[in-house]
Design a protein around this ligand. Structure first.
Ligand code: FPP
Length: 262
């Protein structure tokens, strides 16, 4: 290795020799999760601990979003889904909801160049038509601009709820049944009518801030996902945490209800 002949003081400056890269170099690129989904939790607590308004936590969470995306894109992950706003989040004070929407627009505007440069494709899932119109417009512009990119797909779950999604899928099935008279209803038929159609089920589901809940996120799709929970609050989440989650994922044996032999 080139780095071995350098004096120790220079080693950490060599790309690939920092602590994060040490972790990433242990990852087997042949056995990456295809799809990572993240419940980004703990923004409010992060702010509270610093006696800051909750929105400061969400703003700091935006930095962590950047780190998570960068790490997935660098590793060569195909799909990353981020739980950014749930159907239940409308119950928060109007001022927080308004600021979250503004932050989302700011994020899309600020990051679009970088996402495009990294060949990232932006997508959304959820009841998008219920979001404020300016948010919808900015999202659509970003989706259109990155549509043909062939790198990582970043999907933002916005106004998303897994139960709502399943209800919407069944409404679609009933509508098609009425129109066509017959329809085979099996697991594939349901999967193909979820917002996530065309996206493989998540292999790895990460949740920050130590809570052990799925919180109405990808309930159908995460049936066989490996779950990785960290006490780290979302704004403190870094590339290193993502690399650690992938490393731990690679140590697990996935049996899908079978015995995992033969
Ligand atoms: C959960 O923390 C986080 C959210 C409801 C919003 C997530 C938003 C971001 C990470 C920032 C912007 C995102 C994008 C994609 C630009 P919480 O507020 O429930 O935290 P708490 O449980 O500590 O109160």
């Amino acid at each position: 290795m080139q780095t071995a002949i350098l004096p120790p003081v220079f080693r950490s400056k060599v790309i690939g020799a920092g602590p994060e890269n040490d972790l990433s170099s242990q990852i087997d690129r042949e056995r990456l999760p295809r799809h990572i989904a993240i419940i980004m939790d703990g923004n409010g607590r992060w702010a509270q601990r610093r006696k800051l308004p909750r929105i400061a936590g969400h703003r700091a969470g935006m930095r962590a979003v950047r780190q998570g995306i960068e790490a997935c894109s660098t590793l060569g992950i195909s799909f990353l889904t981020l739980y950014a706003f749930s159907v239940e989040n409308w119950k928060r004070p109007h001022s927080e909801v308004k600021l979250l929407m503004a932050l989302l627009r700011e994020y899309v505007k600020k990051e679009l160049e970088e996402l495009d440069r990294r060949k990232i494709r932006l997508a959304v899932i959820g009841r998008i038509r219920e979001l404020p119109l300016p948010v919808q417009r900015d999202l659509q512009a970003a989706i259109d601009r990155t549509r043909h990119n062939k790198g990582l797909q970043v999907t933002l779950a916005l106004n998303y709820g897994a139960r709502t999604e399943i209800v919407d899928a069944f409404r679609e099935i009933i509508k098609e049944l009425k129109e066509n008279g017959a329809l085979e209803v099996d697991e594939r038929a349901v999967s193909r009518r979820l917002y996530t159609q065309g996206i493989p089920d998540p292999d790895l589901l990460i949740r920050t801030s130590g809570e052990m809940r799925l919180s109405n996120f990808l309930l159908w799709q995460a049936a066989y996902a490996e779950i990785w929970i960290t006490d780290t609050l979302w704004p403190d989440f870094t590339r290193r945490d993502l690399f650690q989650a992938v490393l731990d994922f690679q140590k697990r044996e996935r049996r899908y209800g079978g015995l995992g032999i033969g």
